[in-house]
Design a protein around this ligand. Structure first.
Ligand code: GLU
Length: 323
């Protein structure tokens, strides 16, 4: 989870030092990470994963098709002019491709909204998914998860002129925006039923609604909200009291345990060799967040063929809900 106090401090420092370069106080880079700062991932030579139908299919086609987000600052963003995706989740996807023997340059990214992730993995539209995807028990009945590779927590984004919202208990009668099919949406619906919940497909639409006074707060993971706040620091702030655990995993087709375990191995190796930290600093780190210690990989066992209903631990997100 992100410690917002140090974030604020770091953000203030970042903004001060970036002011000269950007020419405008409070404007971190808007085009996403500088490509020359991104790590170069060594592509594994002669890698084979015969037990994975997903990997075999990707190898035959020559590239991975990866599901991602396109509107989440520093995590998963698509440059509308070039179509190029960037951000921490994108780097995770790229380093995984390299570890599985296919050049990250060949990846085809596909934007998939929160509510459509399970279907996209189930119907083979994508090979794996990297986009602020919380591992939980409910979702593990539908897809597999490698990781976690990052720990976020649900938080609130409000306007700077909002003084009445300090936590989810203050949401009674307030208009709160989140994304359909997300764990934060489910949590508010279930645990804070007096909030007036508004749902869209993407968080950027929620943020637009917040800036134009259509809603009073946006709720999702702190990692996502901090990115939006960093892009509009005069208008927006993160409340900074996370009230859940959101362990991010790489979604894979359920039952493809060979792929899941290979991704677990790859994540472990990238954490160990420093690529994870370099990737973080070149992306999400730009929002002012210092690189945290990544959570331990939860290599939950393959039960039978992977399609049984009894699931292992959920990575700590029992209140998850959502699909
Ligand atoms: N991590 C949460 C989830 O998986 C919220 C972010 C998102 O919607 O991607 O639902």
């Amino acid at each position: 989870m992100i410690r917002t106090r140090s974030v604020c401090l770091a953000l203030a420092l970042l903004v001060a030092s970036a002011a000269a370069a950007c020419g405008k106080v409070g404007s971190p880079p808007t085009k996403g990470p500088a490509t020359d700062r991104l790590p170069h991932y060594q592509v594994a030579q002669g890698f084979r994963l015969p037990g994975s139908p997903t990997w075999e299919r990707a190898r035959k086609r020559g590239y991975f098709v990866v599901g991602a987000k396109e509107d989440q600052p520093y995590l998963g963003e698509k440059d509308p002019a070039t179509g190029v995706y960037s951000g921490f989740d994108i780097e995770i996807a790229r380093m995984m491709s390299a570890s599985l023997g296919l050049s990250p340059k060949t990846i085809r990214f596909l934007t998939i909204a929160s509510a459509n992730r399970e279907t996209a993995l189930q119907n083979g539209q994508i090979d794996y998914y990297a986009g602020t995807y919380t591992i939980n028990a409910l979702r593990k009945k539908l897809v597999g998860f490698a990781g976690p590779y990052f720990m976020a927590g649900q938080d609130l984004l409000v306007r700077q002129d909002e003084h009445g919202i300090d936590g989810p208990r203050d949401l009674d009668g307030k208009r709160v925006c989140s994304v359909a099919g997300s764990t934060p949406y489910q949590r508010i619906k279930k645990e804070y039923p007096k909030a007036v919940l508004v749902a869209y497909d993407t968080y950027s639409v929620c943020v637009d609604n917040l800036l134009t006074y259509q809603v009073d707060a946006v709720t999702t993971d702190d990692a996502i909200l901090i990115g939006f706040a960093a892009k509009a620091p005069k208008e927006l702030r993160v409340v900074g009291r996370p009230f859940s655990k959101e362990p991010y995993g790489i979604g894979v087709p359920r039952g493809d345990n060979a792929l899941r375990f290979a991704l677990d191995d790859a994540l472990e190796a990238r954490i160990k060799d420093g690529d994870w930290k370099k990737a973080f600093e070149a992306t999400l780190g730009l929002s002012g967040v210092p690189a945290p210690t990544p959570p331990a990989i939860d290599r939950y066992p393959a039960k039978g063929d992977g399609f049984t209903n009894s699931e292992g631990s959920s990575g700590g997100n029992s209140a998850g809900g959502g699909s």
